[in-house]
Each structure stands twice: as C-alpha cells, then as structure tokens.
Design a protein around this ligand. Sequence first.
Ligand SMILES: C[S@@+](CC[C@H](N)C(=O)[O-])C[C@H]1O[C@@H](n2cnc3c(N)ncnc32)[C@H](O)[C@@H]1O
Length: 384
Amino acid sequence: MAEEFGKRVVEDVMGGLGSMVLYIGMETGVWTAMDPRQGASPATSKQISEKVGLDPRYVEELLRTASVHGYLDYVPGIHDATTSGAYSGVPSDNGTFSLPASHAPSLCDKGTSAFLGQPLGILPRMAGHGTIPLVIDAFRSGEGVAFSRYGPEFVEYSCRSYAKEFEFEYGQDWMQRKEVSDIRDKLMEGGKIVLDIGSGSGLSSISLAKQFPHNRVLAVDPDETSTKRTEENIAKAESDGRIAPGEVTAHCCYASDAGCGPADLITIFRVVHDLADPVSLLKQAKGLLASHPAACVLVYEHPAPDQFSQAVTPKWKQTCRIGYTISLLHCLPVSMADSNDQKSAAIGTMVSEVTMRRLAMDAGFSSCSTVVRGSRGYLYRLNP
Ligand SMILES: C[S@@+](CC[C@H](N)C(=O)[O-])C[C@H]1O[C@@H](n2cnc3c(N)ncnc32)[C@H](O)[C@@H]1O
C-alpha cells in the first residue's frame, strides 16, 4: 500500500516536472519550430537552436530533457566528444530530435481547443514568482498573499485562460439563453450602460461590446496592470474594427468610483471568490443598477459541487483537482489579503451554487438563478 502510494507520488512529481519542460519549450517557441505539420523534419539540436535563434546549449538540454520524458523522438547519432569542443555534460552527438505529429496540436496550435498552453501555465504562473514561501507563511499567520505578488505576467495568464469563453461562449451562447432574454433585448436596442467589475484585461467587456454594439461598456478594475492591458486590448479591438471607438472604456478604480450612472447590466466575472468581502461588492453592485425589471447582475465563477463529498466522485474529480489546486496556490491566499483587519470570507476558487445563492441573499438580492452550467464556469443571474 505504502509502496503503491510512493509510486503514485513519484509519478505525480514526474508529471509536474514534465509540464515545466513542456512549458519552457512552448514559451521559447522550440516546439513550434519543430512542428512536422509545418515542414520541420528530424534535426540536430544545433540545427534546431539555429532555426529558433536561441542559445545552443540551452536548446540541447531542453531537447534531451523532453526526450527522456517521452515528449520527443530521438534518433542517436555519432558521438562527437573530441571534436565538438563542448562538454554538454553527456558528450554531444549529431543525433536528431523530432516532435511527433500527434503531440504538435497540444503544444503549437494556439487559439484552438487542442492547445494546452493554459494548463501548462498553471504551475509556472501560480508558483513561479516566489509565492510558495509566502503561501506557507500565510498558513501560520492566517494572512493572505496580495494579487500583485503573483507578478505582472499573472494578469495576462489569468485573463487569457478564459479568452475562449469570453470571445465565443459569452455572446453566442450565454447571452442567447432565455433566462437573460430581457436584458439581451435591452442591449440590442443600444444606448445602455454595462459595468464590467473586475474586468481584468477587458476581454469580457470587448466581447460584449462586439456582440451588442452602440452601448457603453465600462471595464472597471482597481489593478493598474490589468487596466493597462485593457487599454491595449481596447485599442487593438478598435483598430481591427471589432468595436467602435469609445464603446468600451477602461477605468482603474473600484466600481463605486466609475461614475457612470445607473447600469442596465453589471457583470462580475471570476472576481467574487477573490474578495475578502464579496457581500459588500455585491451590495454595491445592486445599488448601481438601473430600476427597470431587466436590470441585473451576472456573476461567473468556477464550478463546484454543493457538498465536498461530491468532489471526489468521478463526475467532479477533474474539475475539483484543478480548482482546488488553484485555490490553494492563489485564490484563497489572495482572498485573505487586503481584508483591512476584518475577517476575510476566505472563499477560494470553488464557489458552489449554494454558496453563490447565500452571498446573493446576504447582499440583498431577491433571487439568484444559474443561467449556464459549463465545464469551466457557472453563470449566475442576480435580480435586485
Ligand atoms: C481572476 S481576475 C478576473 C478578471 C476577469 N474578470 C476575467 O474573468 O478574466 C480578478 C480581478 O478582480 C479584480 N479585483 C480585485 N478586487 C476587486 C474589487 N474590490 N473590485 C473590483 N475588482 C477587483 C482584480 O484586480 C482582478 O483583475
């Protein structure tokens, strides 16, 4: 039994190590340079490093590491220890490395459902900025780790991880559901105000404006890096004609300071779980809504079962393994930071429907219904 568990732990460690190797190859562009579907054929590490324009010794070590992990095919060459002039730990040879065609979609095809860049980024982004010792300290102090400690790259990573949901599913699926038909009709009329609270890099704001033009969408986030990214993303969306100039604006502030007047729709996507005091934010949002019956708040959160006993069942296990790990490494410590000496709600990534309804009721909403139950997120409608 103990031996079995030991084997399992070693396998898990190997998997974690391997994912870092794949991530480095992805970020440096080495896998793309080796994509056989783009005409790459088996090549020596020297040839590959020349093709990508990177340091040959680093590329050699990456290719060797990836080969022993079984991610690349390697065909031995002739040892060249005396002539290469380099030690390479194990002497260099002119063996060739190739990326199997079946591995290429997961590692090279950005923007497709096959691409695994997002899960491969979890470890480096959550743990790669020196945050693990801070999380361990937080266990002792009961305090948190500020969002900004995860580094500026975290913002882009976090926001990109839901890019597909926001770009496609948000407008084409979620907003087409009958549960939101009244607010959809309002947005189609134009001239409405949408407040996207905690908008990150603004992808959800831009997507909504694209789907429902002639409205005013305010992307509001207190984080400076996020606001800067939003401004860049808005400028890009305007220049390639996805949205009209001025339809989306970025505001580095809290929702109450956005100063936009009553909002017809308020969206709060993947924010509630990160807050020390989510009820206050929801109350604030309720107070900012227009008075017509379609005005509502839409909240998007990670899926979670209503009872932890379900988390270990086959139906929930995969979702919960990812969600709870992200919670432990990032979301829970973030929610426990900046609580201004008050006790944090300490929710973490996993927000069950029961918890979401309770938060909505505590904030004074009259109802909270689940509009979408997706594999990566649930969309809730909160009515004032
Ligand atoms: C996980 S990110 C989600 C970003 C974006 N909505 C998305 O789904 O990609 C959480 C965001 O909430 C913002 N945030 C934190 N506290 C906030 C508050 N009190 N009010 C509004 N936004 C807040 C953070 O700056 C961060 O950009």
